[in-house]
Ligand binder design. Structure first.
Ligand code: SDX
Length: 387
C-alpha cells in the first residue's frame, strides 16, 4: 500500500526501561539474576531463595530465609470461595484459560484493602502470589482430572507441596519423591525471571496504569500462553510426538526452513539469545539426571537430542544463530515428573511469578508514568466525509 513502511512492530511495542533485576548477554549466552549466574543459582539455590533474591536484591541469610519460607507457608491457601470459580469452566478447558481466570479473580479478594503505594502492601501481594500460584496450578489440574482438590501442607517444602497437591488424593497421600521435588524446584528456578520478555513487559505495562498486581499477573499469564513464548514448552512435546521417529527429522527441519511453511522448530531460537540459552544447558543436565535416577529411557529425549544435533549442523540454523532455548528440554522432565503437556505453561507461569512481581514492584516503588507505546501510522491521510 502507498506509504507502507516496513518496520519491526516488536520495537514499537516495547519501551525500553531500566532495571536492576536481571541481565542477559544474548551473544555470550549469559543470564544473571541480581548478578548471580543462573548456572550457580540452579545448582546451589532453591526456588524460594531465588524469589527472595529477585524481590529484595540479595540472597537471604539463614534467619531471613526461615522467615520468608514461613511467611510463604502462611499464604499458600486460597479463599475457599475461589473454588466456585472453577465450576464455570468446562473440565476440558485449557489449563491456561482457567489459570488466567482464577489468578485474575484474586484481585477480587485483595483489591479494596490494597494500597500499591505502600511498600508493605506490595510485599504482601508478592508473597501472596508466590505462595498461591502452586495451589491454584494444582487446583487447575485436579479440576481437569475430576479429582478432589488438595489443600497445601505446611510441613512440606515449596516444590514438595506442589507435587503433593498435584498427585495426592484424600484417600492416598504418598510421600513425594525427593528426586522429583528437586527437579521441580530447579525448573521453577530456571523460569523465575528473564528481563523484559513479552509477558514481563505486559505485566509492567498493565502495572503502569496503577492496576491491581493480581490483575497485572493475570495479564502476564495471558501473554505467556502463546506458542512463541511460554506455550512453546507444550508445543515442543507435541512437535516431538508429530516427528515420532529420527527418520522424520530431516522432513521437519526442511519444513522449519521453508518460508512458505508457518512451522517453526519449537524450543529453538530466541529474540535475544544468539548463542546457547544457558537455561537450556542446565535443563538438559537436569533431564539426564532425573531420567537416570528414575531409570527412565525416554525415546523422546533421544529424538530431541538428534533433532538438536541435526539442526545445529544445518547452515540455515547456524547462520541465524538458532539454538535450543529454555523450552526445548523442559517438557521431557515435566513428563517424567508426571505432568501432562497441557499443564506445562502453567508450570512456566508458576515459576515466572517472582520475576513478574519483582519487575512490577521495581516499577511501582519508584517514579513511573503510564506506558504508552507509539506507532508509525501507515493508514489513509486526512480526508473529508464524501458529501
Ligand atoms: C521464550 O523473550 C524471552 O526472554 C522469552 C523467554 C523467557 O524466558 O521469557 O526466553 C521464553 O519465550 C523462549 C522462546 C520460546 N519460543 C519458541 O521456542 C517458539 C519457536 N521459536 C521461534 O518462534 C522464534 O525463535 C522466536 C519467536 C522465539 C523468535 O523469533 P524471531 O524474533 O523471528 O527470531 P529471529 O529474529 O532471531 O529470527 C531470525 C531468523 C528468521 O528467519 P529470516 O527472516 O532471517 O530468514 O530465524 C528464523 C526466523 O524466521 N527462525 C526460525 C526459528 N526461530 C527463528 N526458523 C525456524 N525455526 C525456528 N524456531
Amino acid at each position: 500500500a502507498e506509504g507502507f513502511f516496513t518496520f519491526d512492530p516488536g520495537f514499537m511495542a516495547t519501551s525500553s526501561c531500566e532495571s536492576k533485576i536481571t541481565y542477559i548477554d544474548g551473544d555470550k549466552g549469559v543470564l544473571l539474576h541480581r548478578g548471580y549466574p543462573i548456572e550457580q543459582l540452579a545448582e546451589k539455590a532453591d526456588f524460594l531463595e531465588t524469589c527472595f533474591l529477585l524481590l529484595k536484591g540479595e540472597l537471604p541469610n539463614d534467619s531471613e530465609k526461615e522467615e520468608f519460607v514461613s511467611t510463604i507457608k502462611n499464604h499458600t491457601m486460597v479463599h475457599e470461595q475461589l473454588k466456585t470459580f472453577f465450576n464455570g469452566f468446562r473440565r476440558d478447558a485449557h489449563p491456561m484459560a482457567i489459570m488466567c481466570g482464577v489468578v485474575g479473580a484474586l484481585s477480587a479478594f485483595y483489591h479494596d484493602s490494597l494500597d500499591i503505594n505502600d511498600a508493605h502492601h506490595r510485599e504482601i501481594s508478592a508473597v501472596r502470589l508466590i505462595a498461591k500460584m502452586p495451589t491454584l496450578a494444582a487446583m487447575v489440574y485436579k479440576y481437569s482430572m475430576g479429582q478432589p482438590m488438595m489443600y497445601p501442607r505446611n510441613d512440606l517444602s515449596y516444590s514438595e507441596n506442589f507435587l503433593h497437591m498435584m498427585f495426592n488424593t484424600p484417600c492416598d497421600e504418598k510421600k513425594v519423591n525427593p528426586v522429583l521435588a528437586k527437579a521441580m524446584d530447579r525448573i521453577f528456578v530456571l523460569h523465575a525471571d528473564h528481563e523484559q520478555n513479552a509477558s514481563t513487559s505486559t505485566v509492567r505495562l498493565a502495572g503502569s496504569s496503577g492496576a491491581n498486581p493480581f490483575a497485572c499477573i493475570a495479564a502476564g499469564i495471558a501473554a505467556l500462553w502463546g506458542p512463541a513464548h511460554g506455550g512453546a514448552n507444550e508445543a515442543v512435546l507435541r512437535m516431538l510426538d508429530e516427528i515420532g521417529d529420527v527418520s522424520n527429522i530431516e522432513k521437519f527441519v526442511a519444513k522449519a526452513k521453508d518460508k512458505d511453511d508457518p512451522f517453526k522448530l519449537m524450543g529453538f531460537g530466541h529474540r535475544v539469545y544468539k548463542n546457547f540459552d544457558p537455561r537450556a544447558k542446565v535443563m538438559k543436565q537436569t533431564c539426564d539426571e532425573v531420567l537416570a535416577e528414575l531409570g527412565i529411557n525416554d525415546p523422546q529425549l533421544e529424538l530431541a537430542m538428534k533433532l538438536e544435533e541435526i539442526a545445529r549442523n544445518d547452515p540455515y540454523f547456524v547462520e541465524r544463530n538458532l539454538y535450543p532455548n529454555v523450552d526445548f528440554y523442559s517438557g521431557i522432565i515435566l513428563k517424567a515428573i508426571g505432568i501432562p503437556a497441557s499443564m506445562f505453561t502453567v508450570i512456566f507461569a508458576t515459576g515466572r511469578t517472582p520475576g513478574w512481581i519483582a519487575h512490577w514492584n521495581e516499577m511501582i516503588s519508584g517514579p513511573y508514568k503510564i506506558g504508552r507505546p507509539r506507532q508509525l501510522y501507515t493508514g489513509s491521510p486526512k480526508r473529508d466525509y464524501p458529501h
